[in-house]
Every structure is written in structure tokens, then in C-alpha cells.
Design a protein around this ligand. Structure first.
Ligand SMILES: Cc1ncc(COP(=O)(O)O)c(C=O)c1O
Length: 377
């Protein structure tokens, strides 16, 4: 496949498109990022480390020794099981480039994070969408049914707690999916970037019993550590899976930003306090969202506490079903509130919209108030 043919299948993210050209005064329930302040330790590290007159050199491809050490200690895993990346997004890109090629197949969830099919296409591979359980959790049998149909599967991605549904995966489903991927020689990437951003309890991870052959788990500074702009993420897992991905990442970025790495070290130095504060902020936002939703959308079932993250997966009203993107555009252009049409996350998301309540609480109240009339049809 030519590079042009690969890129022809890639269109800009609908999530970003919903924000572009939005009328002035729109409230956004669209983008998924924390709205609470960067941890103070990170702000201090940024201000202190690179003052006037200091140099800001490149660093090792693999990341600064300080960050590698800090992350290895935090994750309780040796440094050779870690790949630092410019956001987990860059780790995903590197893993897809390293493990999927022309004509290969990559299993991706539907609905699922918009990036997965794009990265498959960029690698020249075909995304094979697998269905989740009816409640949105990982369904090992449905995953295996899709894998059984594949002829050239090289890579599979699972995401829990999930974007866009907020639902997690049971330890049993994770074990079954891990085993089948190992048996079939399929590299398994478990995207767990929302795992530490929870309201009730931490959900199982794929590597809870230690690093295993053929499997990597993704983490990030962007969600629970409240620092998306640092662009620091990581893949943890089988060093043999990480080795070729490191080469891709090196070629793509040389190394991570040094100031960002210094800030990430400062965050990890106080990791528990930072996570406690993020969960406090998340609770505040959830309580606001839940109360506004119950008040303004009392004719709908109340929202469900997610396994992690700040998304609500909302069924569209009947009126929105025939043209979900047009409907969400009308909600934006006339109602002045941005939500993401679920079809952006795959064909099985077509009857839904994704709402993010990670923004400022007052925006969430306003956004729910504005969108309510569109659902009351
Ligand atoms: C499921 C999922 N994975 C990965 C990412 C990428 O995050 P980052 O590159 O900021 O670590 C996101 C961002 O929204 C996401 O929702």
C-alpha cells in the first residue's frame, strides 16, 4: 500500500472537529482532559529547573535516568520493562508501527478510542472491530470470536476503564484475553490510562501479577496525574515487545522534553498526594454532573459511576438517530454545547453521544442545562 493510500483512509478526529468552528460562547462537554490545576510540585519543578542562563540539552532516547528510576519505583517494575513516550499516544503509535504492517490485522474495540483504527491504517494494517459486552465491559468470548475470524492478526488493543464508555474489564476477562493472545502470538496492548482516576475502587490491570510475555500496559501523566500538556506517558511490559517500538519512538521524537520529564519526576515524588487530590477533584465534578443530570434529565435513567475517567456514554434521543453527527452539530450550533457523536468511536457507538464531565463544574451544569431540551423530545 502506498503512503498516500494509507493516509487517504485517515480523517481528522471528529472530537477535534466538534470544537473547530464552534460558535462563540459554546460550553464544551467534548474534550477529555482534567480541568484541575497541574500539581504544585510540577509547577515548581518547571519554574526551578530551567531558569535564565541554564542549558536545556537533549537527553537519552530512553528518557532521563531520574524519570526512569522514579517511574520504575512507582510501578514496581525494572527499567527494562518500561518505555517512556511522548504521551501514551506516542507509545501507541510506536507499538502499532513496530508490530503491525501491510495487510496485517489489529483488533480494536467498537466503540473504542478514535486513535486505534487510525494507527492501524497508518501502519497499512486493517482494524478488526470487536464487540464489547452489552454493559460496555470487555467480553472475552466476543473478543475471541473476532480473533477466530482473523487470518493475519498481529496486534490487539483493549482499553479499560474505557474511552468512551467509562466501563472496565473483569480480571477473568483480562486473563482469558491475555491467554488467547499469547497462544496465538498476537501482541496485546492494554490501554489503562484511566485506571488511576477512579471514584470507587481501582479496577484490575492486565499486569497485576507481573510482566508477561507478549503483553504491554499503557499509562500516562495525562489523566490521574493531571498533566496532559507534559506529554509524558509509558508502556510497561515484555521487553521483547518494547524493543522495536523504542526504535520507532527514537526515530520519531529523539527523546522526551526535558522540562516535562523534570515535572513528571516531581509529580512521582509525591504520587500518592497527587492522586488523592485528583480523586477529590474527580468526586467534586462527578457530584456536580450527577446532580445536574438527575435534575435536568430526570426523564432518563441516572448516570452510572464509571470504572475510571470522566465520560458518560449517553443514548441519543430518537430524533438524533437518523443523523447523529448532524444532531450533535445542531446541539452545538443552536444549543451551544459540544458533545461528541458516538459514531466517532465506531459504528456500534452510532446511537450514543459521549459527554465529558472532567471540565469546570460550572461548565458542566451549564452544558447539561443547555442540552436537556434536545433530549426531551
Ligand atoms: C483511551 C486513551 N488512550 C490514550 C490516550 C492518549 O493519552 P496521552 O497521549 O495524553 O497519554 C487517550 C487520550 O485521551 C485516551 O483516551
Amino acid at each position: 500500500m502506498t503512503p498516500a493510500a494509507r493516509l487517504a483512509t485517515v480523517s481528522p478526529s471528529i472530537i477535534r472537529a466538534m470544537g473547530q468552528g464552534a460558535p462563540e460562547g459554546c460550553v464544551s462537554l467534548g474534550l477529555g482532559e482534567p480541568s484541575w490545576p497541574l500539581p504544585a510540585s510540577a509547577s515548581r519543578a518547571l519554574a526551578k529547573a530551567y531558569g535564565e542562563g541554564s542549558t536545556c540539552p537533549y537527553g537519552p532516547n530512553a528518557g532521563t535516568p531520574e524519570l526512569r528510576r522514579a517511574l520504575s519505583a512507582w510501578l514496581g517494575s525494572p527499567e527494562d520493562t518500561l518505555m517512556l513516550a511522548a504521551g501514551s499516544q506516542a507509545a501507541l503509535f510506536a507499538l502499532f508501527q513496530a508490530w503491525a504492517g501491510d495487510g496485517d490485522e489489529v483488533l480494536v474495540p467498537d466503540p473504542g478510542f478514535v486513535t486505534y483504527p487510525v494507527l492501524a491504517a497508518m501502519a497499512g494494517a486493517k482494524a478488526l472491530a470487536y464487540e464489547l459486552a452489552d454493559d460496555g465491559s470487555l467480553d472475552a468470548e466476543r473478543f475471541i470470536a473476532t480473533l477466530d475470524k482473523a487470518t493475519r492478526a498481529k496486534l490487539a488493543v483493549i482499553n479499560h476503564p474505557a474511552n468512551p464508555t467509562g466501563v472496565g474489564a473483569s480480571a477473568d476477562a483480562l486473563a482469558k484475553v491475555a491467554r488467547i493472545c499469547q497462544d496465538r502470538g498476537v501482541v496485546l496492548v492494554s490501554d489503562e490510562v484511566y485506571r488511576d482516576l477512579y471514584l470507587e475502587n481501582r479496577h484490575p490491570g492486565i499486569l497485576d501479577d507481573g510482566v508477561r510475555r507478549g503483553i504491554v500496559a499503557l499509562g500516562s501523566m495525562s489523566k490521574a496525574f493531571a498533566a496532559p500538556g507534559l506529554r509524558v506517558g509509558w508502556a510497561l511490559g515484555d521487553p521483547d515487545v518494547l524493543a522495536p517500538a523504542r526504535l520507532v519512538h527514537n526515530a520519531m521524537t529523539s527523546c522526551l522534553s526535558r522540562p516535562a520529564q523534570a515535572a513528571a519526576v516531581a509529580i512521582l515524588d509525591e504520587a500518592q498526594a497527587v492522586l488523592d487530590e485528583s480523586r477529590r477533584q474527580l468526586r467534586l465534578r462527578w457530584d456536580t454532573f450527577d446532580a445536574s443530570y438527575r435534575k435536568m434529565l430526570s426523564f432518563l435513567p441516572p448516570p452510572v459511576i464509571p470504572a475510571g475517567g470522566f465520560y458518560h456514554w449517553m443514548p441519543l434521543p430518537r430524533e438524533g438517530l437518523s443523523d447523529p453527527v448532524g444532531f450533535c452539530m445542531r446541539v452545538r450550533d443552536v444549543g451551544h454545547v459540544i458533545v461528541v457523536p458516538g459514531v466517532a468511536f465506531g459504528a456500534r457507538g452510532a446511537a450514543f453521544a459521549r459527554l465529558s464531565w472532567g471540565g469546570f463544574p460550572e461548565d458542566t451544569i451549564e452544558g447539561i442545562t443547555r442540552l436537556a431540551p434536545y433530549w426531551r423530545t
